[in-house]
Ligand binder design. Sequence first.
Ligand SMILES: Cc1cc2nc3c(=O)[nH]c(=O)nc-3n(C[C@H](O)[C@H](O)[C@H](O)COP(=O)(O)OP(=O)(O)OC[C@H]3O[C@@H](n4cnc5c(N)ncnc54)[C@H](O)[C@@H]3O)c2cc1C
Length: 249
Amino acid sequence: MKATIDSLENVKTAEEAERSLHEYLALLADIKNSGVDSQVSLKLTHMGLALSMDLARKNTEKIVQKAAELGNFVRIDMEGSAFTQATIDVFHGLREKYPNVGVAIQSALRRSEDDARRIAASGGSIRLVKGAYKEPPSIAFADKKDVDRSFERIMKELLITPTRPAIATHDEKLINEAQRFAEEKGVPKGSFDFEMLLGIKRTLQKRLSVEGYTVRVYVPYGRDWLPYTLRRLRERKENVWFVLKNILD
Ligand SMILES: Cc1cc2nc3c(=O)[nH]c(=O)nc-3n(C[C@H](O)[C@H](O)[C@H](O)COP(=O)(O)OP(=O)(O)OC[C@H]3O[C@@H](n4cnc5c(N)ncnc54)[C@H](O)[C@@H]3O)c2cc1C
């Protein structure tokens, strides 16, 4: 199994964004030196996006550039809808110069099918997720079934592109469908990733890996990991139960 490591630091100032930048540069060097098979994931707000788009772009470019030198890859996480367009814009700007950058897209948002199509058409790699943020029904599907249907539609479009998509879900129905669809279309097992959170559905992670799929485990760390986790739990109260149940799975 492979990994993607995400440093979670609460960033409110340009100095904190700079610290976050240096954390990633050190992280990339550590990954190289240790030989761990891991990419990095980052949030643009941790690069200063809430302060200035230009600051976030410049900081992120330094990380993507360093990753390119080291033969590594940077995935830009997708955050709340206030940052969707800015995240996609920063991603496109970087992708024009560097092939080693990808972005996450949330199936919960109504706009995402179009976004995903455009990004994939330009060759960009997408991590498809359902979406971790509560969004208003005007821009997001309110019904979970619609979020899942949207995920399945986008997933199928991405799987037949040569963009190395990452199917990031613990939803076994969707994972089974990804496997079935890929087989039906002759998509090689090694041409896409399954991504899951560290410690969640470990039996499933192992099974997919044994079956020859690439499983990438998302590993968050840093001073903000506890507030981050608590926010995720508060946003979706059912997660508290999932955590307890799946920690043993
Ligand atoms: C690798 C990775 C990267 C991500 N990056 C982003 C991102 O950039 N932006 C973003 O908005 N969201 C991101 N997410 C979160 C994502 O949007 C979902 O909120 C989260 O993955 C839960 O949805 P699900 O697809 O697993 O499906 P769900 O329908 O929520 O869950 C399916 C099943 O998985 C299990 N499960 C799901 N979540 C948990 C949990 N927390 N603990 C224990 N069991 C669980 C349960 O058994 C559940 O029935 C990421 C998720 C992963 C796996």
